[in-house]
Ligand binder design. Structure first.
Ligand code: ADP
Ligand code: MG
Length: 554
């Protein structure tokens, strides 16, 4: 497994590919964002995340935030001052951060954040993860990239790739949604930095055509402006700013705050991003009309005023299909998946041409993965034994669109043994996993023993187009008779199950059932007993609807 990591200025996130999907890891409280803050207490180990951020107010000299602004920089570089962080030149002339009585290189602090993410990840997936893809801003130079890589190594990772954040965001947007040659603008307004990049996708490979921005412009500046107009602490101003993303106005401490006031105060700051956008487009020699998509990244792009502004600048609605603060991490995870080999060809994201399922009681087809599901995918269902003291279940894996098992194509067969159990007591979970290569892995688990039986079926999606056409055609042509037979079969199975249950219930209840009700039930039971056992013996006037109502009324 390879981790995908967004090591952000304000927040960091980590994800991994799980059965073909990028999944971001939540901490014990269910939060996927980890503040990029480290607290160095007088005694004991450094603390990362929300707990560290809380200490910032009371112990500012012990907490480092925004260390990303310092990583890979030399003393005296303009951007190397970060609020609340004292820096000095180390014996080797390198930049060091003074915090909690210690003197540390920025990458050592980033390494502590990365270690925390590594621990969260390993706890969540239960295995060690020693490889990672880490993202950096597109404008990071070699020294900043190298220092980020060292941070990863200090945290115990082999860093498989340093990936540009806009590239990651574009990957998350989806290669499958873009053409062979597509151009994408990524507008990233984070906590403390703004950058905009124009990328070109060419046969599955992204190239950054231009990047522009301001390393001291972000959501933090909005907080400062708002704290002034509202006369509040920055902490409260930020809280209200977030709330006004969803609400037009809110009440806080007996006062009402309006989104319109926020927008008036924020617009001049957001306006500053305009020239970077125009510059980025002109550097890429593009008109806005040449763009195929505009992707928003960074927590601050959640704000309606930012979205309106971006729409105006680029002359099109930006894509808001994903969480702006998760896009980079998702893209890093997808890149990790590509490197793992599971996602060799993202542009060829495929779908299953035909449904996959298993044969169940009465010879019915039970679909587990419906046709046209995007692969890779995973799905499952729980089954039980139809007969008492049965001690094995034979599972036939089928492909096709017909209601009856015999009309579909058998792909394979497996026997699952379980301890003899009364009817309906065995619990066998069947899981289908169709990987990116179109190989179907079928796993059957007896939940009482935890024993697994697995078969792998190579040919699952290797069906010729003509065969698929024929199967679909047949399923349409036989739709009515197929449905009839399914309904009849299900009703018969239900009857087989209900009749003995009715007998034993009547016996158990004895006198509690009045003679009147007893005879009404007997009449119904008798009707069912003499009902036809085979579909062919069925009188013509028996419509499917009748069978079905019989089934429903039990
Ligand atoms: P970074 O990439 O720098 O780590 P993020 O993408 O996490 O930054 O963005 C952090 C910024 O997003 C902060 O300024 C935060 O206040 C802002 N933010 C997060 N959620 C919202 C929201 N719902 N509305 C407005 N701003 C938000
Ligand atoms: Mg970011």
């Amino acid at each position: 497994m390879i981790a995908g990591i967004d090591l952000g200025t304000t927040h960091s996130l980590v994800g991994v590919m799980e059965s073909g999907f990028p999944v971001l890891i939540a901490d014990a409280e269910g939060r996927r964002l980890t503040p990029s803050a480290v607290w160095f207490p007088e005694e004991g180990e450094p603390v990362v995340g929300w707990a560290a951020l809380e200490k910032k107010a009371t112990h500012p000299a012990q907490v480092v935030t925004s260390v990303k602004r310092l990583i890979g920089r030399r003393v005296g570089e303009t951007a190397s001052s970060s609020p609340g962080c004292a820096v000095e030149a180390g014996p080797d002339g390198e930049l060091r951060v003074l915090v909690g009585g210690r003197s540390l290189r920025p990458e050592e602090i980033s390494a502590i954040i990365l270690s925390e993410l590594k621990t969260d990840l390993e706890q969540s997936c239960g295995v060690p993860v020693n490889q990672a893809v880490i993202t950096v801003p597109a404008y990071f130079n070699d020294a900043q990239r190298a220092a980020t890589k060292r941070a990863g190594e200090l945290a115990g990772f082999t860093v498989e790739r340093i990936l540009s954040e806009p590239t990651a965001a574009a990957l998350a947007y989806g290669l499958d949604r873009l053409g062979e040659r597509a151009k994408v603008a990524v507008y990233d307004l984070g906590g403390g930095t703004f950058d905009v990049s124009v990328l070109e996708l060419n046969c599955g490979v992204f190239e950054v055509l231009s990047t522009n921005g301001d390393t001291s412009l972000g959501g933090d500046d909005l907080d400062v402006a708002l704290s002034k107009i509202w006369n509040l602490s920055r902490f409260d101003a930020e809280k209200i700013k977030r709330a006004l993303t969803d609400a037009e106005s809110i009440e806080f401490d007996g006062r009402t705050y309006h989104r319109s006031d926020l927008e008036t105060a924020c617009l001049p700051i957001i306006e500053k991003t305009r020239r970077h956008c125009l510059r980025s487009l002109s550097d890429a020699h593009l008109e806005t009309s040449a763009l195929d998509a505009v992707v928003l990244v960074g927590g601050a792009t959640r704000m309606p005023v930012v979205r309106k502004f971006v729409t105006e600048i680029f002359g099109r609605e930006p894509d808001v299909s994903q969480h702006p603060d998760e896009a980079v991490a998702l893209g890093a995870t997808i890149q990790a998946g590509i490197l793992e080999g599971g996602l060799q060809n993202l542009t060829l994201l495929d779908v299953t041409p035909l449904s996959l399922g298993i044969e169940t009681f009465g010879g019915l087809m039970n679909v587990i993965i419906p046709r046209n599901t995007t692969i890779p995918c995973k799905a499952g269902e729980m089954f039980t034994n139809a007969v008492a003291n049965q001690s094995a279940m034979s599972i036939t894996v089928l492909q096709g669109e017909r209601e009856m098992a015999r009309d579909n194509w058998p792909l394979g067969r497996m026997d699952v043994a379980f301890p003899p159990a009364p009817k309906g007591h065995a619990r066998v979970g069947v899981q289908f996993e169709l990987d990116a290569n179109g190989i179907l892995h079928v796993l059957a688990r007896d939940t009482s023993t935890g024993l697994d039986t697995v078969i792998n079926i190579q040919s699952a999606v290797e069906v010729s187009d003509e065969a698929v056409e024929k199967m679909l055609g047949d399923s349409l042509e036989h739709a009515f008779e197929d449905m009839d037979e399914r309904i009849f079969t299900e009703a018969k199975l239900k009857a087989d199950e209900m009749l003995p249950a009715v007998d034993s219930a009547l016996e158990a209840l004895g006198d509690e059932v009045t003679a009147e009700i007893r005879s009404a039930i007997s009449d119904l039971v008798q009707k069912i007993r003499v009902a036809p056992k085979n579909l062919d013996d069925r009188p013509n006037f028996w419509s499917a609807a009748e069978c079905s109502s019989w089934r429903i009324s039990g």
